[in-house]
Design a binder for this molecule. Sequence first.
Ligand SMILES: Cc1cc2nc3c(=O)[nH]c(=O)nc-3n(C[C@H](O)[C@H](O)[C@H](O)COP(=O)(O)OP(=O)(O)OC[C@H]3O[C@@H](n4cnc5c(N)ncnc54)[C@H](O)[C@@H]3O)c2cc1C
Length: 460
Amino acid sequence: MSTATPRNSSNGTNGGHSPGKRVKVIVVGAGFAGMTAVIECQRRGMDVILVEKYTNSAEYGDIIDFFANAGRIVDAWDNGKVADRLLDICITKAKWMQMLKHTGEAVHRDPWYLKPEHFRYQYAGQRGAMWKIFRDYAEELGVEMHFGVGVVDYFETVDETGVVLADGTRITGDCVLAGDGPKSLARQKVLKLEDKKTNSGYAIFRSYFEATEEFREHPLLQEYLNPDEDTIKFWIGPDSHMLAYSWQGGSKVVWVFFHPDKEDIGESWSESADKSSVLNYIDSIGFNDECRAIVELTPPGRVIDFKLVWRDPLETWLSPGSRIALIGDAAHCHLPTSGQGGSQAMEDAATAAICLEKAKGDVPLALKVMERIRFNRSHITHQAGMQIRDIWHQNPWEHVEHDPEKIALARGDWILDFDAVKTAEENFERLAEDVRSGKKGTLPELSLPAGGVYDDIRNK
Ligand SMILES: Cc1cc2nc3c(=O)[nH]c(=O)nc-3n(C[C@H](O)[C@H](O)[C@H](O)COP(=O)(O)OP(=O)(O)OC[C@H]3O[C@@H](n4cnc5c(N)ncnc54)[C@H](O)[C@@H]3O)c2cc1C
């Protein structure tokens, strides 16, 4: 990356941006961080350009969960119509998440909606179909979107910033929001960090399909075909777990199998796997016949193997001149066991848009405040991914049988009842004053408190 702005040279001065001019925001990556960023910035009157290297990322993925802290952001879009579209395709008829021992004994039932008002804000569904609803809404808003060409470099001077695309095109704007995911190039080019990934020691087999005739006829799988109640089952075994979901009467079935894997640290949403590898784990660990039947009756070619990689939290998400910010998994790569990766990505994006609006063209000020609003909270949910996994995998059964809520999905009030938009609006001015006055301290000290601690996520 080329830069003419030394780190921290700006205490939030607007460096050349004329007041009244529309801020031009370049968003890199059309994941849920990037899509939320373009929607929120466009709705707030900015000029927005999205650049995504995939031609069509709707083709990939199986299930993704967004909880109420993310759903509250979506529900404000188009008078709730985007939320309505999501609810049409997502799980809406589940009462419980059934928690079982891998051998099949029921241990605990966790309510799927912790509070009635969460129904409107909680979306679990097929990632590609959900992503398409975000993309369609961005299109309706008139966002300029470029798919199929990736960013290869970033640049930043005192009063402008931008990206270079693989075809050599340079795009210049006032601000870049880099939502380029776990393998973020922005982390390397902008923050000058090597990709310090470590094998988490685990991988997930994942699958999404429509129940086949054979699946529908299997006596152990009848529960998955109920048109009146969606199914969510969660089996925990030694150092492994399996989840199965079905909704819309079995027209949508997803399972994920989380297992130890020390092999390599590739990460891809299209790395196919053989069912026999999954069945080997199922048989050797001793998962029950229902789990075996689900995997066995998965249509051919529908299993992927996703290696889980751990990346430590970053010390900052901002470029030297604070015109480029990393958001979403690029900034804090959550493990799936956190249950919060997508939701935290959306919180980042909405916060960035509000700060850009409130800073009235002073991009460095906006992004510094954004980082201070988001830093501590996302840090806790990021770390929780490892802690939750260990609770599930390393809790001896005698403890779980004594206190089954130990293994309930971690969803504290301070996580789910959080309003990212209100928080940004209410805290912007005070934190902006800290930036302007050059208040001293480490980033965690200068940032908003996380709002809770990890134990609160687990013990509601
Ligand atoms: C294709 C895909 C399928 C997924 N499926 C699931 C799933 O089924 N279940 C689940 O829980 N999570 C899934 N995830 C991950 C999940 O969506 C994220 O962890 C979470 O939503 C945070 O989103 P993000 O936008 O920060 O990152 P991501 O969702 O990873 O999005 C990053 C985006 O940036 C793009 N990108 C990367 N580098 C560049 C570049 N140099 N130039 C331009 N664009 C670039 C990527 O192609 C990607 O679209 C998937 C992610 C992807 C990309």
